[in-house]
Design a protein around this ligand. Structure first.
Ligand code: GAR
Length: 192
């Protein structure tokens, strides 16, 4: 039996990872059914619009104190959630509703450089400040703590002597774009 899998991508920012995921799965048995965003002016909403993908703009109160939008996600047929630069913590209600289907990407080699406030440039600035020779990406399951769930995949890249946060972020984005869609595909395949 063919089972059409539906992903929701949660993002708060520019959405370059969301775009790569949408493009990667376009025309396949997997579709990005929904882009979920907490910022009305985020670039990711434009990307969704361009690809004719439904969007859901979420509010803090309902996310953390209501049903965490579980009903809306189920109604849209979503069976897998991908965080791609989504900056709110994930409430327990959502984790319970998608126990094996909620993953995140982090722009560093966890368990180092994770936790509250560790996102985007803050991560890369810390890595450079500490004179690390290597950084990379971590794809992991989401649990109740920031950047903490079981690690699924990591890839590394060098940190160069003349890197600033922007040049390192660019190198890391390339890794994310290369591997995140592929890892999602494998997880969905194994969950069939
Ligand atoms: C990505 O680099 C992602 O790893 C990071 O935000 C960026 C979003 O970029 N996520 C975190 O820092 C989560 N702690 P994008 O909007 O272009 O996909």
């Amino acid at each position: 039996m063919d089972f059409h899998q539906k992903i929701a991508v949660f993002a708060s920012g520019a959405g370059s990872n969301a775009q790569k995921i949408i493009e990667f799965f376009s025309g396949s048995q997997v579709s990005v059914a929904l882009v979920v965003c907490n910022k009305p002016n985020a670039g990711v909403l434009e990307i969704a619009k361009k690809h004719h993908i439904a969007t859901l703009l979420i509010e803090k109160e309902q996310f953390f104190k209501g049903n965490a939008y579980v009903d809306e996600l189920k109604e849209a047929g979503v069976n897998f959630i991908v965080l791609a630069g989504f900056l709110w913590k994930i409430p327990s209600a959502l984790i319970r509703a998608f126990p094996h289907g909620l993953i995140n990407i982090h722009p560093a080699l966890l368990p180092k450089y994770g936790g509250k406030g560790m996102y985007g440039h803050h991560v890369h600035e810390s890595v450079i400040h500490n004179k690390e020779k290597e950084s990379g990406i971590t794809i992991h399951y989401v649990d109740e703590l920031y950047d903490h769930g079981k690690i699924i995949f990591q890839a590394t890249c060098p940190v160069l002597a003349d890197d600033d946060a922007t040049s390192l972020a660019n190198r890391i984005h390339k890794l994310e774009h290369e591997y995140y869609p592929q890892v999602i595909k494998e997880l969905l395949h194994n969950s069939k």
